[in-house]
Structure formats: structure tokens, C-alpha cells
Design a protein around this ligand. Structure first.
Ligand code: FPP
Length: 246
């Protein structure tokens, strides 16, 4: 992508896969004397906009942390609000994914979700599977350690039935057992609202990702902020532990 800056043209290298920890909905609402649910609704609108912005900037994969395995500890009413928002989102998203050619995936343990939500997810992921636009992944009841536990269980079952042997276990085969199988690892992980931690989000996949933390609260995150994150990514010297070729 080329962007004009004053008189010069600056070439920005756009990360192929951006993953986002969307934090700060509650504080956004509090600042406005609104209930936390209003922050989550605003955050949900930001998700829709940022999908369009990401695609227009040239990002191919966008993954967002919508509900973690730890989020069940929130109050019953907050969990219900988030589940209702996700329900609405999955329903509306079917229409949007048809219009903008977006492929939608879900990672995480969906078995704990209500049946109607699981059904909407199944319909949306099946209907959008052949789309060739943005590959948008929602992490739902996702925890990186839980993902690894489920992956090890699948691998052990495959070992017992002779489908995999010890000599075949490698970083590549482990990746194929994760929820993100087939997706490239994130190049850039963004966390909003000033917290400096990954909170169990894609721990295996983000081993070499660039990390960008911003104080901006998720509902206020927009295309300008996404470009700032990409500019930060451009300043980084990605060596993957080796030496850069001149
Ligand atoms: C963190 O903010 C955010 C969440 C736990 C949920 C993220 C969910 C959404 C943005 C909306 C639904 C998602 C989709 C994909 C439609 P927080 O409540 O922890 O904020 P705080 O730290 O300021 O309290």
C-alpha cells in the first residue's frame, strides 16, 4: 500500500494477519456515565467498521478476542449482554459477509455456548467458507492454554488410533491441531486500553508477533489508530531470532 505523506510517498508494509485484544469497553461506558452494556454495544459497532478498514488497508486476516474462557467469571448479566450481542452479530454478519465477501471463522471451545448461538455460528461459517475477502476470525470462549489442552487431547487420540506417530510431531503438526489450523500466525497483535499483557490470547501463534499497545479504548479505535499500529509495525526489524539479510 502507498500512502502520501506531505510531499513524499511512503510505502507501508501491511501485516498479512492482525490480531486484536479489544479492551476498554467498560471504561469507555463509565467515562460517559453509561452502563457497561453500552460500552460493549459500541465495541461491537467498532468491530464491524474495523473489518472494512482492515480490508481496505490490505490486511488479509483479522482475528479478534471477543470472549475469553475467563470471561464467564463476569456477572451473569454482563455475560448475558455479551452473548446477546454475539447472537445479534452472528445473525447480521451473514448478510454482511455476502455483501463484502468476508469469510468468517470462530476459534475457541464453542461447545459451552447456547445451542442457538452455535447454530448461527455453524451457518455463518459454512455459508461464508468460500468467500475470498477478509478472513475474519472471532475468538469465542477462547483461551490459549485451553486450545493447547484440546489440541494435545486430539493428538493423543490420533496417536492411539495410529494416525500420527511420535516422529511426525513437529511445530507444523502441532499448529495443525490448533483452532487456527491453516491460518498464518499473526504478524501484529494489538491491545487497546493501556493494559500490557496478552491474557492467554494466541500464545503459540504469537511467538514472533510484533506487539502494539495503545491507550485508546476499544470503542474509540478507528482506521487512523489502525494505521498508527501498522506504522509501528513498519518500524520494527522482524528477525525471527535470526539475522536480517541485507
Ligand atoms: C473488554 O472490555 C472487552 C470484552 C471482554 C468483550 C469484547 C466484546 C466486544 C467488543 C463486543 C462483541 C464482539 C463482537 C465480535 C461482535 P472490558 O469490558 O474488559 O473493558 P474494561 O477493562 O474497560 O472494563
Amino acid at each position: 500500500m502507498a500512502r502520501k505523506k506531505k510531499d513524499e510517498t511512503v510505502e507501508l508494509k501491511v501485516p498479512e494477519h492482525v490480531a486484536i485484544i479489544m479492551d476498554g469497553n467498560g471504561r469507555w461506558a463509565k467515562k460517559r456515565f453509561l452502563p457497561r452494556s453500552a460500552g460493549h454495544s459500541a465495541g461491537s459497532r467498532t468491530v464491524e467498521q474495523i473489518c472494512d478498514d482492515a480490508w481496505s488497508l490490505g490486511i488479509k486476516y483479522l482475528t479478534v478476542y471477543a470472549f475469553s474462557t475467563e470471561n464467564w467469571k463476569r456477572s451473569d448479566s454482563e455475560v448475558a449482554t455479551l452473548m446477546d450481542l454475539l447472537r445479534k452479530y452472528m445473525k447480521n454478519c451473514l448478510e454482511r459477509s455476502r455483501k463484502n465477501n468476508m469469510k468468517v471463522c470462530v476459534i475457541g471451545d464453542v461447545t459451552r455456548l447456547d445451542e442457538d448461538l452455535r447454530h448461527s455460528i455453524e451457518e455463518l461459517t459454512r455459508e461464508s467458507a468460500g468467500n475470498t475477502g477478509l478472513c475474519f476470525t472471532v475468538a469465542l470462549n477462547y483461551g490459549g492454554r485451553d486450545e493447547l489442552v484440546r489440541a494435545f487431547k486430539k493428538m493423543m487420540a490420533d496417536a492411539q488410533s495410529g494416525r500420527i506417530s511420535e516422529s511426525e510431531v513437529s511445530e507444523e503438526t502441532i499448529s495443525q491441531y490448533l483452532d487456527t489450523a491453516g491460518m498464518p500466525d499473526p504478524d501484529l497483535v494489538i491491545r487497546t486500553s493501556g493494559e500490557i499483557r496478552l491474557s492467554n490470547f494466541l500464545p503459540w501463534q504469537s511467538a514472533y508477533s510484533e506487539l502494539y499497545f495503545t491507550d485508546v479504548l476499544w470503542p474509540d479505535f478507528d482506521k487512523k489508530e489502525l494505521i498508527k499500529a501498522i506504522e509501528y509495525y513498519n518500524k520494527k526489524d522482524r528477525r525471527f531470532g535470526g539475522r536480517n539479510e541485507e
